[in-house]
Design a protein around this ligand. Structure first.
Ligand code: NAP
Length: 257
């Protein structure tokens, strides 16, 4: 008989796709899902960066594979989901993590920067949700976890496209939950706080902004990718079966301040 923890949080027999998982938060979440027993598909644009991640996950005793695809191209997103489903015949968990940021003051923000961010962070997420959602509706079960941001709630500074895209990811999460929760699909989001990855390298390097940010974090430290491990396994597992349409901040207490 499986233990209580295995029943509630175990992911054996489940297949998970984590977009943008060659590094940073996506890689940490892919590893956590594998540690909980899921077979995992990793994704990014560069196959060379994905190969070592597949090797690392396989060493945990689960099946792992890589599908390179550009989340900024709708046709590529559809191909990614089709191939992900075809790999083991089903897709149980979709983590929409791939995301980019362009830092320029709003008055100088170019169309190219705006479009690139919206294409990956919003259009790619919707296309992936729609394609995976069709499959999950037909099966009557699924877990979708979108990676939002503190800029789902706040406007940020000099990142207007990013803030707009992540605000929309929060609303999309609720809209899909409203339609799909009754069909056995949980749609939730994680809003990470300020985490140490390449995505925040410019902020970490800016002594003034970095100090300003740290002074507002009640936990008194920046987040590490591993800080998302518990939240992702919870939202991907049976433990969260009655939780849907929620944007969960994992932010060292930032939102409460
Ligand atoms: P990161 O270190 O820059 O990693 C981004 C990942 O996404 C990489 O694996 C990258 O691989 C992939 N990627 C980028 N563009 C892609 C595309 N067009 N198609 C497919 N994959 C793509 O970023 P991170 O900090 O881990 O951020 C991950 C997510 O968390 C993002 O959505 C970000 O907005 C969000 N987030 C981060 C923080 C933070 O503090 N770090 C806070 C809140 C939210 P390739 O370059 O090989 O494609």
């Amino acid at each position: 008989m499986p233990s209580f923890l295995e029943q509630k949080f175990g992911l054996r027999g489940k297949v998970a796709l984590v977009t943008g998982s060659s590094q940073g938060l996506g890689k940490a979440m892919a590893r956590a899902l594998a540690q909980a027993g899921a077979d995992v598909i990793v994704n990014g644009r560069d196959p060379a960066k994905l190969a070592p991640v597949v090797a690392e996950l396989s060493a945990l005793g689960v099946k792992a594979t890589a599908i390179a695809a550009d989340l900024g191209q709708r046709a590529d997103v559809q191909r990614l989901i089709d191939q992900a489903i075809a790999w083991q015949g089903h897709l149980d968990i979709l983590v929409n993590n791939a995301g980019i940021i362009r830092r320029t003051p709003a008055a100088d923000h170019t169309d190219a920067d705006w479009d690139a961010v919206i294409d990956v962070n919003l259009n790619g997420v919707f296309t992936a949700c729609r394609a995976a959602g069709q499959h999950m509706i037909a099966r009557g079960s699924g877990k979708i976890i979108n990676i939002a941001s503190l800029l789902t709630f706040f406007g940020g500074i000099t990142v207007p496209g990013y803030a707009a895209s992540k605000g929309a990811v929060g609303q999309l999460t609720k809209a899909l939950s409203n339609e799909w929760a009754s069909k056995g699909i949980n749609v939730n989001a994680i809003a990470p706080g300020y985490m140490r990855t390449d995505n925040t390298a410019a902020l970490q390097a800016d002594a003034v902004r970095s100090k300003e940010i740290l002074s507002r974090i009640p936990a008194a430290r920046w987040g590490e990718p591993a800080d998302l491990e518990g939240a992702i396994v919870f939202l991907a597992s049976a433990a969260s079966d009655y939780l849907s349409g929620h944007v969960m901040a994992v932010d060292g207490g930032w939102c409460g301040r």
